[in-house]
Design a protein around this ligand. Structure first.
Ligand SMILES: [Zn+2]
Length: 133
C-alpha cells in the first residue's frame, strides 16, 4: 500500500509518474487526471514574464516557470512544493468559512506539468482555492 502525495489517498498497484516534475510517483487516478488536464491546457495561452499581468490575471491562466520564479525570487515563498508555489507576503486576510477565523491569503500558482503553472488567485497557505471575496 502506498500513499499518493497528490490526493493523499492510499493506492495499490503501479504508480504513475507526475508530469509536474517527471519524478514524483502518484496514483493511477491522479495520473489520468493530470493527463486530461495537460490535454485541455494544450489549447490555452501561456503567459510569460513579459505578458503576465497579475492585476488582470484570471483564475486558470497559465504562466511559464519563469513567471513563478520571478515572483519567488522577490521574497522567500510562504509555501513551495513540487506542485504548488505561494508568494511569501500575505495579500489579504479572509474569513475561513470552516473555522470562522480570519487567515492570510497568498498569491498562489499550481504546477500543471511541462514547466507550466496555473494562476490560482489568493489562497490560504497550503491550498489552491481562491479565497478573496
Ligand atoms: Zn492520487
Amino acid at each position: 500500500m502506498k500513499i499518493c502525495p497528490s490526493c493523499n489517498k492510499p493506492y495499490d498497484g503501479h504508480p504513475a509518474i507526475s508530469r509536474k516534475d517527471d519524478r514524483t510517483r502518484i496514483c493511477p487516478d491522479c495520473g489520468l487526471r493530470e493527463a486530461l488536464e495537460a490535454y485541455a491546457n494544450v489549447f490555452k495561452v501561456v503567459y510569460t514574464e513579459n505578458t503576465f499581468d497579475v492585476e488582470n490575471a484570471k483564475i486558470g491562466d497559465l504562466v511559464t516557470q519563469g513567471v513563478v520564479e520571478n515572483f519567488m525570487n522577490c521574497m522567500p515563498p510562504a509555501s513551495m512544493r513540487y506542485d504548488c508555489a505561494q508568494l511569501g507576503e500575505p495579500y489579504s486576510h479572509e474569513r475561513d468559512p470552516e473555522t470562522k477565523k480570519y487567515r492570510a491569503t497568498f498569491l498562489t500558482f499550481k504546477c500543471v506539468g511541462n514547466k507550466t503553472w496555473e494562476y490560482c488567485g489568493h489562497c490560504f497557505r497550503g491550498e489552491n482555492k481562491e479565497r478573496r471575496s
